[in-house]
Design a protein around this ligand. Structure first.
Ligand code: HEC
Length: 160
């Protein structure tokens, strides 16, 4: 009887282990998307602290530039070009943008939208006033609503 139950018991154990590991992976893991700047970041920003500690907080394009400059002052050995690439990577994947204040270039840098899309957002804002919600933003002509949905963690509407 016990023998016949064993496979069942292991099956249940397997499911429990898989569930626990799944939850751990979701909470503990930071994803650094594969893109230009990632390898430079991994190489130059993990020496003094865990590289994951660098992205605990999202920052604006300006604040990422300042933060990378601060780290160079503290001793991070990045050239001007490497600093630019790291700041651009952070801005793109761990950025924040106020869509009611930012210019087109900043929107492209944070949201990864095209020049045309960024221009359309600014044009719509000029014509209709501040955006209050993500749905407002998705109403802009020619905008990729799904892309905006994926980027919603980077979008702020304050200061309208
Ligand atoms: C020479 C050591 C050193 C290197 C290399 C380094 N850091 Fe830091 N970093 C520190 C120290 C020390 C702190 C904590 C003190 C502080 O908050 O300024 C810190 C804190 C931070 C913080 C949290 C504070 C903030 O500004 O929000 C961020 C983000 C950060 N580092 C990003 C980076 C990035 C990006 C790189 C790669 C360009 C990097 N660090 C490389 C020493 C380093």
């Amino acid at each position: 009887m016990l023998r016949r139950l064993q496979p069942f018991a292991f099956g249940v154990l397997g499911v429990v282990v898989a569930l626990v590991c799944g939850v751990a992976a979701q909470t503990g893991q930071v994803v650094f998307p594969e893109a230009e700047g990632r390898s430079t970041l991994m190489e130059l920003c993990g020496g003094c602290h865990d590289v994951r500690a660098t992205v605990e907080k999202r920052k604006t394009q300006k604040d990422w530039k300042t933060s990378v400059a601060d780290m160079r002052a503290k001793g991070a050995s990045a050239t001007d070009d490497e600093a630019k690439v790291i700041a651009a990577y952070m801005t793109r994947y761990f950025g924040l943008v106020n869509v009611n204040k930012a210019g087109a270039e900043e929107m492209q840098a944070v949201l990864g939208v095209s020049e045309k899309e960024a221009g359309a957002i600014v044009g719509y804002r000029d014509a209709h006033g501040a955006f209050a919600t993500l749905d407002d933003l998705k109403r802009v002509d020619g905008i990729d609503a799904e892309k905006l949905e994926r980027e919603k963690a980077s979008i702020v509407f304050s200061g309208s």
